[in-house]
Design a protein around this ligand. Structure first.
Ligand SMILES: [Zn+2]
Ligand SMILES: [Zn+2]
Length: 355
């Protein structure tokens, strides 16, 4: 049975099966095959389980052709076990953490180096087979070598951390500034750590769940506003001399916290929207035209963000370990992974799976 492996295959809503599948073929030119060490469960995986298909294509995907079912898993670390022709950035035996943004290389965003918003973006593990399996093939250009001193467990969390790193990079210099981060889930905590590493002044986190409030404290928040008990706009004003924050990061994706990201910043300030929203928000655009405030969207990252993040992790400025709240085997993915995250949302940040 050397040519098969166990994998977590999405077939439909509430239908993820751990089953025997063929191993991937030898990697194409420019691609590598990776033996997966750890793969984290993402909120988007949960959404596909509970309400999918959301990102999973039902028609052949324009870049990958994938549709109808897919091996999930995009937050992973592993070891290169085979390389296709022309691969020279990594070699067999290298420990790597791959960026999940497979892209066309031809559209305008790709040509600007912003392939995270490629017009044909194909996320590994959603729009083509992913890493809840022993082996996965990905383009070599997406692979970053895990620096010495960073464990393969921590390296599996580089993917979500890179999303926070990129959001902070979009804000420009935040040296000494007042920053508000809405939400202390994986993305909010990653943004918090990146903002701290980037020299933020006052770091204010807005969160409601007790376990996440503790995580935010440990990750370097200066002030935490529990929005169940306090009005975040009033408290942020009080903490910033009556003006509002310089920069906010929305890392929740709730219809109320989207507009809140604009309301907590001062005139001419910047709000960066990172959350994945399911519902539209009521929003008065005069809160922009009357204030010169700016709003940017930020999706994912590129491999350059992975490289910058790797450098910060190597010297301990960002640590993934506090985010890891569980480790499980592939066979337990649904019961001890998905259902645990759904039923005990507040107790968990990141559960890693060993395929
Ligand atoms: Zn994810
Ligand atoms: Zn493109």
């Amino acid at each position: 049975m050397a040519d098969t492996m166990q994998a977590a295959v999405w077939y439909g809503k509430k239908d993820i099966r751990i089953e025997t599948v063929p191993v991937p073929p030898p990697p194409k030119p420019g691609w590598v095959q990776i033996k997966v060490d750890w793969c984290g469960i993402c909120g988007s995986d949960l959404h596909e389980y509970l309400a999918g298909p959301i990102f999973i294509p039902m028609e052949p995907h324009p870049l990958t052709g994938c549709h109808g079912k897919v091996i999930l898993g995009h937050e992973f670390s592993g070891v290169v076990v085979a390389t296709g022709d022309g691969v020279n950035n990594v070699k067999v035996g290298d420990k790597v953490a791959p960026d999940a943004c497979q892209h066309c290389g031809e559209c305008q965003p790709c040509r600007e180096g912003r392939y995270n918003v490629c017009e044909k973006l194909a996320f590994t593990g959603l729009m083509t087979d992913g890493a809840f399996a022993r082996l996965v093939n990905v383009p070599s250009e997406l692979c970053v070598i895990v620096p010495p001193g960073v464990s393969q467990e921590d390296a599996a969390v580089m993917e979500p951390l890179a999303t926070g790193f990129k959001a902070v990079r979009m804000a420009g210099s935040i040296l000494g500034l007042n920053i508000v981060i809405l939400g202390a889930g994986t993305i909010g905590l990653g943004t918090l750590m990146a903002a701290k590493a980037a020299g933020a002044g006052q770091l204010i986190v807005v969160e409601q769940a007790a376990a996440r409030i503790e995580k935010a404290k440990a990750a370097g928040a200066d002030v935490i506003i529990n929005s169940k008990e306090q009005d975040p706009i009033a408290v942020v004003k009080e903490l910033t001399g009556g003006h509002g924050a310089d920069v906010s990061f929305e890392c929740i994706g709730n219809k109320l916290t989207g507009p809140l990201a604009v309301d907590v910043i001062r005139n001419t300030g910047t709000a960066i929207i990172v959350g994945i929203f399911e519902e539209p928000s009521p929003f008065n655009f005069f809160s922009l035209s009357g204030t010169d405030k700016r709003v940017y969207g930020s999706l994912a990252y590129t491999v350059e963000d992975f490289k910058g993040l790797a450098a910060l992790m190597a010297k301990g400025a960002i640590s993934a370990a506090p985010l890891i709240t569980g480790k499980i085997e592939l066979k337990d993915l649904v019961e001890k992974g998905f259902l645990e995250l759904i039923n005990n949302k507040d107790q968990n940040i990141k559960i890693l799976v060993r395929p």
